[in-house]
Design a protein around this ligand. Structure first.
Ligand SMILES: [Zn+2]
Ligand SMILES: [Zn+2]
Length: 266
């Protein structure tokens, strides 16, 4: 029997759309992944995830947040709805994912500036809401580490509540994040051959703060790299990390489970 694990960040909408959710949960059970946090990216999936969490309360928790690549002109109409989720009987466990994504910007300069400014305004607004709610925050930062840090500092949200998910920076950046009181969580990228900087970042942060996630359906870990990811593959990330931290799997699983449970107040 494997020790229990939590997938702290996945997106379950595509499994539901393909009528695969029950199989996905069954595979989780087989690999002892006993809790999943399905992470919101736009107003449509918030609704879907709230229902999923109501149907599978023992398995599924959810978050709401407007992902930087989902920010449109009408972002305020969307972010206005966030409070009502936190006031509902089936509350989200965090606000996210929110942040800045400089990877997917348009090439044309004025268009690029418009999108960039809009992303920043939506991030600022959601940080304001998070400050009021004093809830955990899932940050998506792609090629935007320092701008994210600066905006979170300005927002006055408590760094203890902040996780930079799918951490893909190196040890210096994780050191900055940790010094402020925040933390990083790690996807299957950590298992990739070319991701030495990410492994160094995880070691630099230390096992005492470790949290793992699949970001499924994206970013399958080795040995499934290139294939469709599954939340159950948290198992392979845990195996890999236990070796990285030179610990036995039981101990590693206990620590990562405890950290995730505490951070998200599950
Ligand atoms: Zn993300
Ligand atoms: Zn994600």
């Amino acid at each position: 029997m494997n020790p229990s694990l939590i997938d702290s960040h996945c997106h379950l909408d595509s499994y539901q759309e393909a009528n695969e959710l029950e199989n996905t949960l069954k595979l989780c059970q087989e690999l002892s992944v006993t809790k999943l946090i399905t992470v919101g990216t736009n107003a449509e999936d918030w609704e879907i995830y709230q229902q999923m969490a109501a149907i599978h309360p023992e398995y599924i928790s959810y978050t709401v947040g407007l992902h930087p690549t989902s920010v449109g002109e009408d972002y305020l109409e969307k972010t206005e709805q966030i409070f009502s989720y936190f006031l509902s009987p089936k509350k989200p466990c965090a606000l996210g994912e929110i942040g800045l994504d400089y990877f997917h910007l348009p090439k044309e300069e004025s268009e690029k500036q418009t999108i960039l400014q809009r992303q920043k305004k939506a991030f600022k607004e959601q940080l304001r809401i998070a400050y009021e709610l004093d809830c955990p925050i899932v940050v998506h930062s792609r090629n935007a580490f320092h701008d994210c840090i600066e905006m979170i500092n300005e927002s006055k949200v408590r760094w203890q509540r902040v996780v930079f998910h799918c951490f893909s920076e190196g040890p210096e950046e994780v050191e900055i994040l940790n010094r402020l009181g925040g933390r990083a969580s790690f996807t299957g990228i950590i298992t990739y051959k070319n991701a030495q900087n990410v492994r160094e970042a995880a070691l630099q942060q230390g096992v005492e703060k470790i949290m793992i996630e699949t970001d499924a359906p994206y970013l399958s870990p080795v040995p499934y790299r290139g294939k469709r990811n599954q939340p159950a593959y948290t198992h392979y990330i845990a195996h890999f990390c236990a070796e990285l931290f030179k610990m036995d799997l039981n101990k590693f699983s206990q620590i990562s489970y405890r950290n995730t449970h505490q951070f998200y107040r599950l």
